[in-house]
Design a protein around this ligand. Structure first.
Ligand SMILES: [Mn+2]
Length: 430
């Protein structure tokens, strides 16, 4: 059992061998490993470490090799698709670019166009007129089936519809009803076998970014410019999360909202819905505030520093109260260290899935760049998730647009290819 002479055989390589031969090699090893483990039973993941991958494995005494279940345990590559992009063509594109999972946006922002999540300070992400129209089990099931038919898994639904929860965010008169509506939605996700629901508990939402040629080679991306960006006007009535849920709302603004009010509203939300999420088997995954400013448009932000994730988690400790870990947003936060944050939350098992993009700068001034050109050492970041056994999905988040006929797709293909190359390098024997 000298580690120095062991050779690691990732499961993916074993699968390439004759199935029968591979099984005859593996099965006795399970028994041997169980005996060596002192349990008399097959070892479980994490019981011992592969010297190369830090994971459990089956040791084969006869071959002086061990089999590492890297393919089963490593993180998975996914692609996020906006609602109007959930098409067979884009599912094929995702597969071709090496993704195995889809994160589906079910709220129809951007009104059917492919665009960067920028703002000019006046227009927002569009209108959502879905009050009283909850997502149905059937449409969720059909979405999952369509994705599965293309050899992909549906990893998560990302973002709640402002129409369904504006009064939870605003502490308004429909709050009780909307909490019940969210429980219904979560139960439907569970019934459809969708394991994660990403959400962003924010009133101002993703707002204030400008578009510009910020990335390598003059590629267009988004940036946040602080005082030089759009003026922070108060949020008009009938809007929340940078969308309009009531176009007929009377004139006026929603006013200011304090940090204490926001944390109280979040606690009300989590204590109501996490128990239902536990029953339904759906992890709730919180996105941090993007941009990570302490306030925006007069409303307090909550998760705008890395340690504030912990405050959110501590409200209701549960496997089902988890994080949509937006690594780019964490890198933009003024305090802390993105690598320490990845290490802490991945080690604790809090991360449901990862948004991975690169940036230059921090608040109040930063811009998004290509995955391999920003302040974050992406290889180091991915190594930390890997070391801590993170086995969830990682998606590219947004990327700069590339100069060609398919600006969005080229940017995504570049990011996916880069991420896949790094992940494959972790599995490759020296
Ligand atoms: Mn994100």
């Amino acid at each position: 059992m000298e580690r120095a002479v062991e050779r690691c055989t990732p499961l993916a390589q074993v699968a390439d061998l004759s199935g029968w031969m591979a099984m005859t090699a593996i099965l006795p090893s399970v028994l041997v490993a169980g005996i060596l483990n002192g349990s008399g039973a097959a070892p479980t993941a994490g019981a011992a470490g592969c010297p190369e991958h830090g994971r459990w494995i089956l040791r084969d005494l006869f071959l002086s090799a061990h089999i590492c279940f890297v393919e089963d345990l490593t993180m998975k590559l996914g692609l996020g698709l906006y609602r109007h992009m959930l098409t067979p063509e884009n599912f094929r594109f995702a597969r071709q670019a090496g993704a195995t999972h889809i994160v589906a946006h079910w709220v129809n922002y951007f009104a059917g166009t492919v665009r960067l999540p920028g703002t000019d300070g006046r227009t927002n992400w569009g209108v959502s007129d879905n009050r009283g129209k909850l997502w149905t089990y059937e449409e969720l099931r059909d979405l999952k089936n369509a994705i599965n038919e293309h050899g992909l898994e549906l990893a998560a639904i990302e973002n709640l519809d402002p129409s369904h929860w504006y009064d939870i965010l605003l502490d308004g008169p429909s709050k009780r009803d909307q909490l019940e509506d969210l429980k219904t939605i979560i139960r439907r996700l569970g019934k459809a076998g969708i394991p994660v629901l990403g959400y962003n508990f924010s009133i101002a939402g993703v707002w204030g970014h400008v578009q510009g040629h910020f990335a390598r080679g003059g590629a267009e991306s988004v940036g946040f410019l602080g005082k030089e960006g759009p003026e922070e006007t108060p949020i008009p009535s009938g809007q929340v999360w940078n969308m309009t849920y009531d176009a007929a709302a009377p004139p006026g603004t929603i006013g200011t909202v304090t940090s204490e009010q926001m944390w109280k509203r979040l606690a009300d939300f989590l204590t109501e819905v996490v128990p239902v999420a536990e029953e339904a088997g759906v992890r709730l995954a919180a996105h941090p505030d993007d941009p990570p400013m302490p306030t925006l448009r007069g409303t307090a932000r909550m998760v705008y520093q890395p340690q504030l994730f912990q405050r959110l988690l501590d409200i209701y400790p549960s496997h089902y109260n988890a994080l949509e870990f937006c690594q780019g947003t964490v890198a933009e936060m003024s305090d802390g260290d993105v690598y320490e944050a990845i290490d802490k939350y991945s080690k604790q098992g809090n991360i449901a899935y990862v948004h991975c993009r690169n940036v230059k700068g921090k608040v109040p001034r930063y811009h998004e760049v290509f995955i391999d050109e920003g302040d974050v050492d992406i290889v180091r970041a991915l190594r930390i998730y890997e070391k801590n056994g993170f086995d969830g999905v990682i998606i590219p988040d947004h990327t700069p647009q590339m100069t060609c006929a398919a600006t969005w797709h080229a940017g995504m293909a570049y990011a996916l290819g880069y991420l896949r190359g790094v992940l494959q390098s972790f599995q490759s024997p020296v």
